[in-house]
Design a protein around this ligand. Structure first.
Ligand code: PLP
Length: 386
């Protein structure tokens, strides 16, 4: 009775589904699988944020807000961009979305047309190429190397520019690599974007989760060419609240608002009140971030040392909460390696296939140290028989 649309059919089936459903199957059968496949903080949303949401419900902040978010929240985001990122976006050059994901989706649909090309450093977060392709534009991967800590080489970017190139997507700190691009790389990318009149869409959702590196916003170097995307999910452990935001040129923000007004309208009013607390009750928020960052750093160090001791090579990720491990000692094919790790070690990881990372798997360390130590013990059994 129906035909699925060409757009729906164009979505690539996820290679990770096979591993994920096998993990669920094992769990249902009573096997204790430890999952390192999730992309979310294991901490609770901080108390002051939860309290603000409850107060908002009690005070009747339960109606539609402006499509682009409440004036208070956009003011707080504008101030946050100035304070933490050195970016000047007035409240009317800011928009609030249902998660960073919607901000990215709106941005791509506001800026891309069929036939355009979009440069995306690889390994990349799976949603970038999929969303870009939905607009009819073509994602163009720009490879980075584990030996370089997956940091982008601006010359590789430059080499892939054609007359059709319209945009560069950056994600630093990055999922799945944990790479943080240093200021000189960002400056070089900004210069290329200005020279070739490209838009930079920079996803800075992991900005607070940096360990040894310095996180800089590329928008400082190319303000007229940059749309900065961020959100509450990772910084404040608010994945379920669905709050993202963007700041950039007014025309782009206006087009994003128009798209949102005809699709989802405002992000949840209660979640906006919660995000406002995260962005304005700074002392409590800073305390939370500091603790979370320290915990992630310790977990990262244990994970990286443990993986290396097992012969699974990984660069030291500078940010976010993922490591990419070279699993070719277990199997040349990362899907098979992930399957072995699941079946023999009862640990769920994500094969790099969908990230443009052959021969590697992604492990999240947003889990307890106890879990990480247990994972390493279990992996030792697999690597010993490799
Ligand atoms: N960007 C990156 C790189 C991510 O890893 C994620 C979530 O996994 C998001 C954006 C989207 O997060 P949210 O839609 O929860 O804000």
């Amino acid at each position: 009775p129906f035909t699925l649309s060409a757009r729906a059919l164009s979505l690539k089936p996820s290679a990770t589904v096979a591993v994920t459903s096998r993990a669920l199957e094992l769990r249902r059968a009573g096997v204790d699988v430890i999952s390192l496949s999730v992309g979310e903080p294991d901490f609770d949303t901080p108390a002051h944020v939860r309290a603000a949401a409850i107060a908002a419900i009690e005070h009747g902040e339960t109606r539609y807000t402006a499509v682009n978010g409440t004036a208070d929240l956009r003011e707080a985001i504008s101030e946050k961009f100035r304070r933490e990122n050195g970016l000047l976006h007035a409240p009317d050059a800011v928009t609030v979305t249902s998660g960073g994901k919607q901000a990215l989706f709106n941005a791509f649909f506001a800026l891309l047309s069929p036939g355009d090309e979009v440069l995306i450093p690889s390994p990349y977060w799976v949603s970038y190429p999929e969303m870009v392709a939905l607009t009819g534009a073509a994602p163009v991967p720009v490879p980075t190397r584990a030996e370089d800590g997956f940091v982008l080489d601006p010359e590789e970017l430059q080499r892939r520019i054609t007359p059709r190139t319209r945009m560069v997507v950056l994600n630093s700190p990055g999922n799945p690599t944990g790479a943080v691009f240093p200021p000189d790389v960002l400056q070089a990318v900004a210069a290329i974007a200005m020279r070739h009149n490209l838009m930079i869409v920079t996803d800075e959702i992991y900005e607070h989760l940096v360990y040894d590196a310095q996180q800089v916003s590329i928008g400082r170097y190319a303000p007229d060419h940059t749309l900065t995307i961020n959100g509450a999910s990772k910084a404040y452990a608010m994945t379920g609240w669905r709050i993202g935001y963007a700041g950039g040129p007014r025309q782009v923000i206006g087009a994003m608002n128009a798209l949102q007004s005809q699709s989802t309208s405002n992000a949840s009013s209660v979640s906006q009140a919660a995000a406002l607390a995260a962005l304005t009750e700074l002392e409590a928020t800073e305390r939370f971030i500091t603790q979370a960052r320290a915990a992630y750093r310790e977990r990262r160090d244990v994970m990286v040392a443990g993986l290396r001791a097992l012969g699974l090579q990984t660069p030291v990720p500078q940010g976010a909460f993922y490591v990419m491990a070279d699993t070719t000692p277990l199997h040349q094919d990362e899907l098979e390696a992930a399957r072995r790790i699941l079946d023999e070690a009862r640990v769920a990881v994500v094969p790099g296939t969908d990230f443009g990372a052959p021969g590697q798997v992604r492990l999240s360390y947003a889990t307890s140290l106890d879990n990480i130590r247990e994972v390493l013990r279990r992996l030792a059994l697999v690597t010993a028989s490799a």
